[in-house]
Design a protein around this ligand. Structure first.
Ligand code: URA
Length: 442
């Protein structure tokens, strides 16, 4: 006979909870904890959890349920400890929903450390066409992303920043659930995305978080409306779960910066840390300024930007980056080597109107810069340089893209990549980078 657990005298029967969610009713906090705990200890089967994820996708969850789900997934694992003797500095971080060429974390994390914060950053690997900070940093010889809790505390004390992988003990429920969502068509759900992101950030035990929600073809929120909904949910659930969360909605209809790949993105991030201006620096400063305002370091956005710019221009941010590398067994010895360069040129003069971000991202994955399946080896040296931004002009024969890949593979990509950049005869306006800013009110 199956023995069913009781909550407040009610029998908990998993299929009934699934029906309840399928029919659009709100689950109680206890029911959500029961499902997540059961999933982690094997009482709830993968097929039942997949059905739950699909029911949430179709019926949604209210803010209270989403907070309970976030909390239950956080409680499935550990938090980064704050030991006695650890620094008293406030802890902050940023997280992006992921986009093509997004190397902002490598610039912003050491810049925030230079401003006097601790940045205990748990990052991820590439997902689909979005690269992952861990894969990028592993382009640096010797750099390790596996830090024990003691090592993490040491790196934080020394550099004010670490970037490491999540141990199996950080939100294991999210890891298991994400693996199911990935193969059951249940990734695109605002409550599931919110809980998945925030449970991992809550595990860092932060004082404030800024989220970069990407909007457009290169991210997974394609429309402004759904991006606003995600932003509202992140801010609301962050507040309820005790993590002040601010959000920027930013353009992802084109690659962020010039480089897309692993080693080439690290090279670009270092150039920015060494003072190069442009969109990557602008975005890092916008995100950082949002955090500085939230933490009341300054009162005005312009003052906040100035402080961050000084940290970069005076070399303090790069110094933090180098310290972090050394503490994580890496070393910056100058630009990382890339595969052979081959230029794709414009076939006509005009204005850059559109990038097919999926096609660009898929080409980099196919060259070996990303994984087609779990466990695939990454080739750090391959990638793409994107020479213009939307709204720029080109003459016939100007470079559009540079491929970094083995000579014998170039012909596989040239036609597709040329078609991935639309050049038109009438002027096209440049696109704004920041579409919306929402600062946490807690
Ligand atoms: N990033 C995450 O960590 N989880 C999601 O569900 C989506 C993006």
């Amino acid at each position: 006979m199956v023995r069913l657990p009781r909550i407040r005298g009610e029998l908990m029967y998993i299929p009934s909870l699934l029906v309840k969610k399928r029919e659009g009713q709100a689950l109680t906090d206890e029911e959500i904890h029961f499902l997540i705990d059961g999933f982690c200890n094997g009482d709830v089967e993968d097929y039942q959890m997949s059905a739950f994820a699909m029911a949430v996708c179709l019926s949604g969850m209210n803010r209270r349920e989403t907070t309970a789900l976030t909390q239950a997934m956080l409680d499935s694992g550990d938090r980064l400890p704050r030991n006695r003797g650890d620094s008293e500095r406030q802890r902050v971080d940023k997280h992006s929903t992921g986009g093509l060429g997004d190397k902002t974390s490598m610039v912003l994390a050491p810049t925030l450390a230079a401003c006097g914060f601790d940045v205990p950053r748990i990052s991820g690997r590439g997902l689909g066409i979005s690269g992952g900070t861990l894969d990028k940093l592993e382009s640096i010889p010797g750099f390790t992303i596996d830090l024990s809790p003691t090592q993490s505390a040491e790196v934080l004390a020394d550099a004010g920043v670490f970037i490491k992988s999540a141990s199996d003990r950080i939100a294991p429920a999210d890891r298991k659930l994400y693996a199911l969502r990935d193969v059951t068509g249940t990734v695109e759900s605002i409550p599931l995305i919110t809980a998945s992101i925030l449970c991992k950030k809550l595990a860092e035990d932060l004082d404030a978080l800024v989220m970069d929600v990407k909007v457009g073809a290169g991210g997974f929120m394609k429309e402004l409306d759904s991006a606003h909904q995600l932003a509202d949910t992140l801010v609301g659930v962050g507040k309820d779960a005790g993590l002040p969360t601010s959000v920027l909605l930013t353009d992802m209809d084109q690659p962020l910066g010039q480089e897309v790949g692993n080693a080439c993105e690290v090279n670009e991030a270092v150039e920015v840390l060494q003072g190069r201006t442009g969109i990557v620096r602008d975005l890092a400063i916008e995100l950082g300024a949002t955090l500085l305002l939230k933490m009341s370091v300054v009162d005005e956005v312009e003052q906040a930007k100035k402080k961050l710019e000084q940290m970069i221009d005076n070399g303090f941010a790069f110094e933090r980056f180098e310290r972090m590398l050394r503490a994580q067994q890496g070393k910056w010895d100058g630009p990382l080597p890339l595969a052979e360069a081959h230029v794709v040129t414009a076939e006509s003069a005009g204005w850059i109107a559109r990038y097919d971000c999926r096609a660009l991202g898929r080409a980099v994955v196919s060259m070996g810069g990303g994984r087609r399946k779990k466990g695939d080896q990454i080739d750090h040296a391959v990638g793409l340089k994107v020479h213009q931004r939307i709204g720029d002009t080109v003459e016939k024969g100007d470079p559009l893209l540079t491929l970094y890949c083995a000579r014998h593979r170039v012909s596989e990509y040239v036609g597709g990549l040329q078609a991935a950049v639309d050049v038109v005869e009438t002027p096209v306006a440049a696109r704004p980078l920041v579409l919306h800013r929402q600062i946490a009110d807690v």
